[in-house]
Ligand binder design. Structure first.
Ligand SMILES: [Zn+2]
Ligand SMILES: [Zn+2]
Length: 236
């Protein structure tokens, strides 16, 4: 049994045809320190309320000058915000996202209201609902095209490059902590030493996540992109 490294995040890289990896241990102290500050007013109401809990992550990195720095991330949006001071940003330009998303989202909502009003006319209602479905599917595609992934070889790719065409991209791909953290580190010439992701807030509905516990990156969304994101990292 290997013991010194503890839990290691592994992900298959199709270019190198091997697993790239990053240990958790070098980041656990930083994660615990963040947990100790989670009852800050910013988080408390939100994470124990409607939103329930959330995944958070820290990435301990070495700078080019040889000093250490800790990046932190929340998964998805935080209370409707993609960007918060002190936290790494998402994998897309937030203004581009707004410009694309907001008008279409309005249209989708309007179609939903229209469908509700025409409940008695089934044919018309179904055609409105179909229109709405197509609109939101196209919106997801356009949103996914906004994401740019950067790795430690200085390469870039889009989400669309990492998922087989026929499989589709799960909603929320690229919004987890690991991709946000690794992408930011790669863009800022920081060398990751340890990655720790933990859950905070009210236990999720399926009871698969508990406050204060560490988890590896998810398989469905992060699995297909982490290999690319970790590519070029010096092996530990
Ligand atoms: Zn994930
Ligand atoms: Zn690779």
């Amino acid at each position: 049994m290997p013991h010194a490294q503890g839990i290691v995040q592994k992900a298959f890289c199709s270019k190198c045809n091997c697993n790239h990896s990053l240990p958790r241990t070098p980041a656990t102290d930083a994660a615990k320190e963040l947990m100790a500050h989670m009852d800050h007013a910013l988080f408390a109401d939100y994470l124990y309320g409607e939103a329930r809990g959330k995944m958070f992550g820290v990435l301990v990195c070495r700078t080019r000058e040889g000093t250490f720095t800790t990046l932190k991330a929340f998964s998805g949006q935080y209370n409707g915000q993609w960007k918060l001071e002190g936290w790494v940003p998402p994998l897309f330009d937030v203004q581009d996202f707004r410009n694309l998303h907001d008008p279409v989202e309005k249209q989708i909502k309007a179609l939903g209201r229209e469908a509700a009003k025409t409940a008695s006319d089934i044919t018309r209602r179904d055609s409105i609902l179909l229109q709405r479905k197509q609109l939101s599917r196209q919106l997801m595609k356009d949103i996914h095209a906004l994401y740019t992934l950067h790795n430690f070889k200085g390469e870039q790719c889009s989400l669309l490059d990492q998922f087989p065409q026929e499989r589709g991209i799960p909603t929320g791909t690229g919004d987890c902590c690991a991709p946000k953290l690794l992408n930011y580190a790669a863009m800022h010439d920081l060398q990751p030493l340890g990655l720790a992701e933990f859950f905070w807030g009210t236990t999720n509905k399926s009871s698969s996540r508990h406050e204060g516990e560490f988890y590896l990156a998810c398989e469905d969304k992060c699995g297909p992109i982490l290999g690319f994101l970790l590519c070029g990292l010096e092996s530990q």
